[in-house]
Design a protein around this ligand. Structure first.
Ligand SMILES: *Cc1c(COP(=O)(O)O)cnc(C)c1O
Length: 375
C-alpha cells in the first residue's frame, strides 16, 4: 500500500471517505472475516450479510439517537427518487407545503407536483438563495400532509442550524427534511421531524444507498400506484429487503458509522465522543475557512452568516478570470475537486465529516499563497 499521503478531496459528492474505512474495506474485499466471500458476493439473506445489516442499523440508531418509533429504511434511488417516493407515500394526493432555500428544495417541490398539490410556503429566491426565510414568514397550509425543507443546501451552502418547530408555527403537519449533505454531521432534533432522508454519498458512504428515517405512524398510506419497492410499508415490513438492497453500500455505510462512533475530540469543555466530537470538529473546520475568507479581502462567500453551511462552502475569487489558474494550482497542491457548481459559479469546498482539520488548513494555506501571488 502507498505510504504517501492521499490528496485532500473537496468533492460535493460522491465525496471523500475516512481512509481507515477504505483500508478496512480493502482488507476485507476478498474474504469478509473468514467467510470465504467478499461482501459483494454474499446473499443479502445469508447470516453474514444479515449481521452486517443489523449492526449498521444499530450503530446508526446509536450515532443519531434515533427514537424507537422511527423506522430506518435502506433504499435505492437517491434523494432525487425520494422527491417522488415521499409524496407517493405521505401526501395522500392532497396538499403539501414546500420551503424553497436553494436548488435542491426547488427540485423537490417540482417533482412533488406530479403527485399532489405542492404549495410554496416560503422562499429565499429574491436573495439568490443566500439567506433563510424567517420561520414567522412561512405560509403554512391548514390541510398540509407534510412540510418539506432541505436542511442543508449543498449547492448554495445554506444550512438550517435549527429545524423549524412546526407546532410553534401553528401547523400539525410532520416535517420532512432532505438532510443528504449534512446527515451525521450534527445531532437531529427528532421531536421536530417526521421523516429525514439522505443519499449516502455525501457523509455516509458510496452512492446507491438512500436512508429514510420515518416516524412509523406516517407510513401505510401510499398512493395505489406506488411501486411496491418504493412503498415504505412494504420496505419496512421486509427489513429493507423486499428487493435486493445495495449491499456493498450498506456495508461501507456500516463501517462509516463505526468510524463515527469511535471519534474523539478534546475540547476546552472536555473530551467529546461520537457525533458530539464530529460536530465540534465540523464547527472548527468551517470556522477556520469562513474566518479566513471573510478576513482575506480577496475571497468572498455571499451567504448570510447565520445560515452558512458547515459542510459546503462556496467562495469566489475577485475575478472569474482567475478561476482556471486557481483550480490548476489547487490540483497541483493535492487539493481536489474545488470547482463550484455551474449554477453558482466560483469555487466550493465541501468539508464533510471525513475531511480532517488538516485538509482545511492546507486549503487555507494554499488560498493565502494564491492570493499573495495573484493580488
Ligand atoms: C446530492 C443531493 C441530492 C441528490 O442526490 P441523488 O443521490 O443524486 O439523488 C439531493 N438533495 C441534496 C440536499 C443533495 O445534497
Amino acid at each position: 500500500m502507498s505510504t504517501s499521503p492521499r490528496p485532500f478531496n473537496f468533492s460535493a459528492g460522491p465525496a471523500t471517505l475516512p481512509e481507515e474505512v477504505l483500508q478496512q474495506a480493502a482488507a476485507e474485499m476478498l474474504d469478509w472475516r473468514g467467510s470465504g466471500m467478499g461482501v459483494m458476493e454474499m446473499s443479502h439473506r445469508g447470516k453474514e450479510f444479515t449481521s452486517i445489516a443489523e449492526q449498521a442499523e444499530a450503530d446508526l440508531r446509536t450515532l443519531l439517537a434515533i427514537p424507537s418509533h422511527f423506522k430506518v429504511l435502506f433504499m435505492q434511488g437517491g434523494a432525487i427518487a425520494e422527491n417522488a417516493i415521499i409524496p407517493m407515500n405521505l401526501s395522500r394526493g392532497g396538499v403539501v407545503d414546500h420551503v424553497i432555500t436553494g436548488s435542491w428544495s426547488q427540485k423537490s417541490a417540482k417533482e412533488a407536483r406530479k403527485y399532489c398539490t405542492a404549495k410554496l410556503a416560503a422562499s429565499n429566491e429574491a436573495d439568490h438563495h443566500t439567506t433563510l426565510p424567517a420561520h414567522g414568514s412561512w405560509q403554512l397550509s391548514d390541510d398540509a400532509t407534510y412540510v418539506h425543507v432541505c436542511s442543508n443546501e449543498t449547492i448554495h451552502g445554506v444550512e438550517m442550524h435549527a429545524l423549524p418547530d412546526l407546532a410553534a408555527l401553528g401547523s400539525t403537519a410532520p416535517l420532512v427534511i432532505d438532510c443528504s449533505s449534512h446527515i451525521a454531521s450534527r445531532p437531529i432534533d427528532w421531536s421536530r421531524v417526521g421523516l429525514a432522508y439522505a443519499g449516502a454519498q455525501k457523509n455516509i458512504g458510496p452512492s446507491g444507498l438512500t436512508l429514510v428515517i420515518v416516524r412509523e405512524d406516517l407510513i401505510g398510506h401510499a398512493l395505489p400506484d406506488t411501486p411496491s419497492a418504493f412503498d415504505y410499508q412494504v420496505v419496512a415490513d421486509n427489513g429493507s429487503m423486499y428487493n435486493t438492497p445495495p449491499t456493498y453500500a450498506w456495508y461501507i455505510a456500516g463501517l462509516v458509522f463505526q468510524w463515527a462512533l469511535k471519534q474523539r475530540e478534546v475540547t476546552p469543555q472536555g473530551e467529546l465522543t461520537g457525533l458530539a466530537a464530529i460536530e465540534a470538529r465540523n464547527i472548527a473546520k468551517a470556522q477556520l475557512l469562513y474566518d479566513y475568507i471573510d478576513g482575506s479581502g480577496y475571497y468572498t462567500n455571499k451567504v448570510a452568516k447565520d445560515c452558512r453551511s458547515r459542510m459546503n462552502i462556496p467562495f469566489f475569487l475577485p475575478d472569474d478570470s482567475l478561476n482556471a489558474a486557481f483550480l490548476a494550482s489547487t490540483q497541483g497542491a493535492g487539493l481536489l475537486q474545488l470547482k463550484g457548481h455551474k449554477s453558482v459559479g466560483g469555487m466550493r469546498a465541501s468539508i464533510y465529516n471525513a475531511m480532517p482539520l488538516a485538509g482545511v488548513q492546507a486549503l487555507v494555506d494554499h488560498m493565502k499563497q494564491f492570493a499573495a501571488s495573484h493580488g
